[in-house]
Design a binder for this molecule. Structure first.
Ligand code: ATP
Ligand code: MG
Ligand code: MG
Ligand code: MG
Length: 508
């Protein structure tokens, strides 16, 4: 019998709380309160940003939690990979431990290694570590201290690999706390052969745990400043760890997802079962659709339960519409599938994140509302499209995913001018006037057979963003910001309650 994800999560918390003097802090909501630098909470450290920057005093020197994270948009955006591989999700749980100016590199590495190899019993032969190779431009030296720590723990040289800024220098967003990191990767070739891996959308190695040495702050002008103190910030993906410990090939085969995959099948008649195929082997995209729908449903429940409104968050709305579209087109369910699936998510995660259970009515209400809206919009867009005799264009049903009246209006306008290219300025106008993002503009240009200069669009967007940065900074520095954050940091009674409740419920 597999070890359950619940007990894996609990073991992590127990290790740091009972054995290593950490205090449990509940997951912050996925809404980044008063922090406009990220669209959603993308890592466990977000709620501690003020502590790292030195503007807030920590309540405890060491804390641990499991944080609800969403990676859609911003510096960490995994939306386009989701479904194509087995280990990137839009919503995932990040197990984390922190030290605020307390212990540093050596202890952090030792604890992580002990937990993985002694308690979870992952064979050391299946693990690799990485360290920061330094960066000349930023004037940062290679992190040989960390390399030596891994050596002293007993790893051989060929298991300690250096990487540059991209992989081993963690940053929350374009600005904010950052620092070199060391990562622990799992080598799947220990139990899966390489050709199977390729078919699974897996590389030889998957990153499991990132241990960040927060020492710097990236300023709006790009400069890296020293922080007043040095901190530890770690993130271990629960889905990936569970996949490893349950000996599965992808997260979708673990108990964090399999119930949802089964629920989709159960709720849709005449649809073949999920068969776990990736890439070209999944020629009809059915398995990919199963993965996307189950992934997105978790994101929807987490976001709505935390009070995010699709009206105000187009990224969430996009996710919802993708799900409605998949339900109808692939799974043949006209309505209600996403609502039904949301119940399963709450059943699976509600014990850990009680706000999901508490706000289930709100979750249902908004999904239903959005589904109605989507249906109406889609119908009117289809009518408009017919009027424009788009029928002749032989649209793939995929093209209709997010066709809204504003998309049709943009189409109408472009169709009347038929430019040679959608350049940065024109694309920005489409964004500004019709609310189309880069993906929709690309889609539009494909339908009209016009090229889309996405790099000039990105440049234009950057210019616009830079201009608005100053006003954002004022917002960020407002006293309200630190107040809101410090509130999240408190281990209030409900947090303790949920830890204790889970504690008694899931430890054996
Ligand atoms: P990757 O290189 O695989 O994209 P990352 O370097 O972006 O991961 P970090 O920002 O270092 O990830 O986050 C810490 C940990 O969170 C990762 O080591 C991984 O276990 C987990 N994680 C990151 N992104 C995702 C995701 N999209 N879905 C599931 N787990 C994730
Ligand atoms: Mg990533
Ligand atoms: Mg990485
Ligand atoms: Mg990483």
């Amino acid at each position: 019998q597999d070890i359950s994800s619940k007990s894996i999560r609990q073991t992590f918390l127990d290790y740091f709380i009972k054995e290593k003097n950490h205090v449990f802090v509940k997951s912050s909501p996925v809404v980044p309160f008063c922090d406009p630098t990220v669209p959603f909470v993308n890592a466990g450290m977000n709620q501690f940003k003020g502590i790292f920057l030195g503007t807030q005093v920590p309540h405890f020197p060491r804390v641990a939690n499991s944080q609800k994270c969403i990676r859609i948009g911003g510096k960490h955006n995994d939306l386009n990979i989701v479904g194509k591989d087995g280990y990137h999700h839009t919503f995932f749980e990040m197990l984390g431990n922190w030290s605020f100016g307390d212990c540093f590199k050596e202890e952090a590495c030792k604890m992580a290694w002990e937990l993985l190899t002694k308690i979870y019993k992952i064979p050391p032969a299946h693990l690799y570590t990485t360290y920061f190779a330094g960066d000349q431009q930023l004037g940062l030296a290679p992190d040989l201290e960390t390399k030596n720590i891994w050596k002293s723990i007993g790893l051989k040289d060929d298991r300690i690999l250096p990487f540059g800024l991209e992989d081993n220098f963690w940053e929350m967003g374009a600005t904010g706390p950052c620092g070199p990191c060391t990562e622990i990767h799992l080598d799947h070739t220990g139990h899966i052969n390489r050709s199977q891996l390729v078919n699974m959308g897996l590389h030889d190695l998957t990153e499991l745990w990132n241990i960040v040495f927060i020492e710097y702050n990236r300023c709006p002008n790009g400069v890296i400043d020293n922080l007043p103190k040095k901190h530890i910030d770690t993130g271990l993906g629960l889905e990936r760890l569970t996949c490893a410990l349950q000996n599965k090939l992808s997260s979708y085969d673990t108990d964090l997802f399999d119930y949802l995959i089964n629920a989709i099948h159960k709720n849709c008649s005449n649809i073949p079962k999920y068969s776990g195929k990736f890439g070209e082997q999944d020629w009809n995209h059915l398995d990919t659709s199963y993965r996307i729908l189950s992934d997105h449903t978790r994101t929807i429940v987490a976001s709505l339960a935390d009070g995010i409104i699709p009206e105000e968050n187009q990224k969430l709305r996009r996710i919802l519409r993708r799900c409605f579209n998949l339900s109808q087109r692939v799974f043949g369910k006209e309505q209600g599938l996403v609502t039904e699936l949301s119940n399963y998510v709450v059943e699976n995660l509600g014990g850990i994140y009680p706000e999901m259970e508490k706000n289930i009515k709100q979750v249902h209400h908004i999904i239903k509302f959005e589904e109605e809206l989507y249906k109406t919009l889609r119908e009117s867009a289809e009518k408009e499209l017919k009027k424009l005799s788009l029928g002749n264009l032989n649209l793939d049903s995929n093209d209709l995913v997010e066709i809204t009246p504003s998309f049709v209006l943009a189409y109408k306008e472009l169709h009347s001018i038929l430019p040679n290219e959608i350049d940065g300025n024109m694309a920005f106008k489409l964004y500004d006037t019709y609310g189309l993002d880069a993906d929709s503009i690309q889609q539009l240009s494909d339908i009209l057979h016009i090229s889309f200069n996405s790099s000039s669009y990105a440049k234009k967007m950057n210019e616009v963003k830079l201009k608005s940065k100053e006003s954002r900074q004022i917002y960020l520095n407002s006293p309200f910001n630190s107040l809101a954050n410090s509130d999240l940091m408190k281990t209030d009674d409900s947090a303790k309650y949920s830890y204790e409740k889970n504690n008694s419920k899931y430890t054996f």
